[in-house]
Design a protein around this ligand. Structure first.
Ligand SMILES: C[S@@+](CC[C@H](N)C(=O)[O-])C[C@H]1O[C@@H](n2cnc3c(N)ncnc32)[C@H](O)[C@@H]1O
Length: 282
């Protein structure tokens, strides 16, 4: 068993990885954080104009983020496609075995059980048609194998980027990964990527990968998180030039060039690239 459920200080229950020693949605619990951080920040009203609104749920885990998106999307008419990327289905199994504590799962128990076994499911919630699929395997390897945007997998309008922390899960935070991710986006359609982290290292990485980067909503004790996009005008709070001062002072700003967690100040080369990013150079 690599996961168990633990009770948070506010009384909510959440999953914890015993191997990685990290708790999912650690401060406020899965229901609140998944809604505030992910569902409410991906501009789901775009469902009304998209033929199918596509979400990449990176790190399915206990499915809290995906369920929060389904709940929030259910006020609209339209079609929602969710691809959940995951290389370990044990957390979802453990979550379903603890449904008495993880109440967000209750309305979706049968759906999740089928998803777990068939790896895909289609259903309707109010007026929304949902097509949910697990893309099983190592996400960085999957990205490396996507040669261009001609993949079977539809390009995302939103990416819920919820791996473990860069320290524990460095393979999911390299500059190479985010460059590949950015390359797969649809140039003509905005995509919003949400991360719970506000680390300078992550923000610099996203910028050097080609994303525009802004401040995301507060959640629990975190006064800020991160939102990135391939379009500047979709960000309500883009990082300003003043933020570059923080980068210069930081001891952990240089992107990870290999899947190894190394903290170091920004190199001259990365600094030059950052200054020439269109978010700051215009
Ligand atoms: C913090 S948990 C995700 C929580 C989840 N989003 C939720 O709402 O319950 C991180 C997840 O990322 C997955 N993960 C980590 N590294 C991965 C990789 N290289 N490929 C695919 N999934 C990965 C882990 O197995 C874990 O389930």
């Amino acid at each position: 068993m690599s996961h168990q459920v633990v009770q948070l200080a506010n009384g909510q229950w959440s999953l914890r990885s015993l191997d990685v020693e990290e708790t999912y949605h650690p401060v406020v619990g899965p229901e609140s954080e998944s809604n505030v951080l992910y569902a409410q920040q991906i501009q789901l009203e775009r469902l009304l104009t998209a033929s199918t609104f596509v979400v990449w749920d990176v790190g399915l885990g206990g499915a809290a983020n995906a369920i929060a998106v389904i709940n929030a999307a259910s006020q609209y008419n339209g079609k929602l496609k969710i691809y959940s990327f995951e290389h370990d289905l044990e957390p979802l199994n453990t979550a379903l075995n603890n449904i008495d504590k993880l109440h967000y799962l209750i309305p979706y128990q049968d759906i999740l059980t089928e998803l777990l076994h068939q790896r895909k499911i289609q259903f309707t919630n109010n007026s929304i048609q949902i097509d949910w699929e697990i893309v099983y395997g190592d996400f960085p390897s999957w990205l490396t194998n996507q040669k261009d945007s001609s993949s079977d997998i539809q390009q995302p309008h939103a990416i819920l980027y919820d791996a473990f922390s860069p320290k524990k899960n460095p393979d999911m935070y390299t500059l190479d990964i985010f460059r590949k991710l950015h390359r797969l986006l649809n140039n003509s359609a905005p995509c919003i990527l949400v991360s719970y982290s506000r680390a300078t290292l992550l923000r610099v990485t996203l910028l050097l990968a080609g994303f525009y980067v802004g401040k995301g909503a507060a959640t629990g004790e975190k006064e800020e998180t991160t939102i990135a996009s391939n379009k500047l005008d979709i960000l309500s709070k883009p990082l300003s030039k003043e933020w570059l001062g923080r980068v210069q002072r930081s001891n952990s700003a240089e992107p990870l060039h290999t899947p190894e967690y190394i903290q170091q100040p920004l190199t001259q080369d990365s600094w030059k690239q950052l200054l020439s990013h269109p978010q700051f150079s215009n």
